[in-house]
Design a protein around this ligand. Structure first.
Ligand code: SF4
Length: 66
């Protein structure tokens, strides 16, 4: 799984960090960031929910074929 955060779109609403706190956090400016080591979503089922929860659809989740 690959998670992409479009920081040009992110408005720092924090919904992703609230929805999937295991994967998302907020940087010093309040924008969404991925926790170190969790760039692949860490298998969390909440990642897609977090992507849906984002009010500006800044999060893209894609399946990576290994
Ligand atoms: S929910 Fe969306 S707008 Fe809010 S911090 Fe996360 S990525 Fe940014």
């Amino acid at each position: 799984m690959h998670i992409d955060i479009d920081k040009d779109v992110c408005i720092g609403a924090g919904q992703c960090a609230l929805t999937a706190p295991d994967v998302f956090t907020q940087d010093d400016d309040g924008y969404s960031a991925l926790l170190p080591g969790h760039e692949d979503g860490a298998g969390s089922p909440l990642v897609r929910e977090a992507a849906r929860a984002c009010p500006v659809s800044a999060i893209t989740v894609s399946e990576t074929v290994s």
